[in-house]
Design a protein around this ligand. Structure first.
Ligand code: ADP
Length: 301
């Protein structure tokens, strides 16, 4: 098969591993920088152009779209879908999971456990909003944040009010969440491919840090997850419509709660922690499932 990896940098671990795994399995792999693609959307014959040439003949794409280029990146994925190219994660699913609030709303509709979460627009709602999530301590999160940036633990009511006031002053969208203290600064990343969790790790924040993000100095180790955590992860990916997803959960007193479903989950942390060849499992999934024109939305979303 001819498989395109949409990535802004071919040197990134995840990009390199996908190319390597694809070549090992006999495919022709091509890295395409989606930021440098341009598209023809006026004709009846949609196309994607890159460095002066049109990109033809791809059987499948693997989007690795960073949060900062979601808008343009998903437009390029959509264009490939319109051309009938199979995308392992579709543009609509990527967009859904990128909006933290929308994602949580969709998950709650399907009864998936999550931290009690509040969202409001007007400054006079602050007190009620805090009461609603059970009062301080609370976690205040910027909707646009990634890698733990803009995730604040407010230990007292006063601190929570100040943080909320500051975010409002900056016109930033945020949500307020019950603090899952019993998670003890650790979370679980379950890596889903198709309808299976293929690898999972426990991430723990460095001393004195409640955020477990690896980019913030957290460490990861392999973990055996419970059947309930497994089914929560698989269902969450399915609700988002993602075939490949990193589902982040906390272990709460009332079972697993989902914080986020990531549509371009990194491979480095999970492969190193578990020793599994996750890249090969993604390629294998594409081999089994990719078909010309097999997109649920054909770029209509
Ligand atoms: P990002 O998408 O920026 O990584 P997250 O929502 O995943 O933001 O939060 C970053 C980290 O903060 C999580 O991995 C987790 O360790 C911690 N965290 C987030 N929300 C909560 C919460 N409600 N209770 C306890 N810890 C949390």
């Amino acid at each position: 098969m001819k498989i395109g990896v949409l990535s802004t940098n071919r040197e990134l671990y995840s990009t390199r591993r996908l190319v390597e795994a694809g070549e090992e399995r006999g495919h022709k792999m091509r890295v395409i920088n989606h930021k440098r693609c341009y598209m023809n959307i006026t004709s009846h014959n949609p196309g994607v152009h890159y460095k002066g040439d049109s990109i033809d003949g791809l059987d499948a794409i693997i989007p690795r779209i960073g949060a900062s280029v979601s808008f343009y990146g998903t437009a390029v994925v959509r264009q490939f879908e319109m051309m009938g190219v199979y995308s392992v994660n579709e543009s609509v699913a990527i967009t859904r999971s990128r909006d933290k609030l929308r994602a949580l709303q969709l998950l709650s509709r399907k009864g998936i456990g999550m931290p009690v979460t509040g969202f409001a627009n007007s400054p006079d709602d602050t007190n009620d909003l805090l009461k609603f999530v059970g009062g301080a301590p609370v976690v205040v999160k910027l909707l646009e944040g990634t890698q733990g940036v803009g995730v604040v633990l407010a230990e007292t009511h006063k601190a929570a009010e100040s943080v909320i006031e500051a975010f409002r002053g900056l016109k930033a969208e945020f949500m307020v969440q019950e603090f899952i203290k019993e998670a003890g600064g650790s979370d679980i990343r379950a890596f889903v491919v198709g309808d299976k969790v293929v690898a999972s790790m426990k991430r723990t924040g460095k001393e004195g840090e409640f955020r477990s993000n690896l980019h913030r100095g957290g460490s990861a180790k392999v973990i055996k997850i419970t059947p309930e955590e497994r089914s929560t992860a698989v269902r969450s990916a399915r609700v988002m419509g993602l075939n490949v997803a990193g589902v982040d959960m906390l272990r709460s007193n009332h079972g697993p709660v989902v914080m986020e479903v990531n549509s371009s989950p990194g491979l480095e942390g999970i492969e190193n922690a578990t020793g599994k060849d996750v890249a090969a499992l993604i390629i294998e999934f594409i081999e089994k499932n990719s078909k010309f024109g097999k997109t649920r939305t054909r770029g209509k979303g």
